[in-house]
Design a protein. Structure first.
Length: 62
C-alpha cells in the first residue's frame, strides 16, 4: 500500500477499487505485452484499414 500511495500517488479509494489483475499488472507481474514494431503496425494497418463511414475498404461507396 505504501507504494500505491507514495510512489504511484493513488488515492485510497482508487487503490481499494483495483482488481487483483490490475494490481498485478501495476506491480509488473504476469504476462507482458511485446512492443509493437513496424512490421506489426503494417500488419494491423493492412488488416484494419481506416475507411470512411460510407466507403468500403476497396473504395466502393455503400
Amino acid at each position: 500500500m505504501r507504494l500505491a500511495f507514495t510512489v504511484w500517488g493513488l488515492a485510497p479509494a482508487a487503490f481499494w477499487a483495483m482488481t487483483p489483475r490490475e494490481l498485478s499488472a501495476a506491480l509488473g507481474r504476469g504476462r507482458t505485452a511485446s512492443r509493437l514494431d513496424r512490421a506489426g503496425l503494417d500488419d494491423l494497418m493492412r488488416r484494419f484499414p481506416d475507411v470512411r463511414p460510407m466507403e468500403t475498404a476497396d473504395g466502393r461507396v455503400r
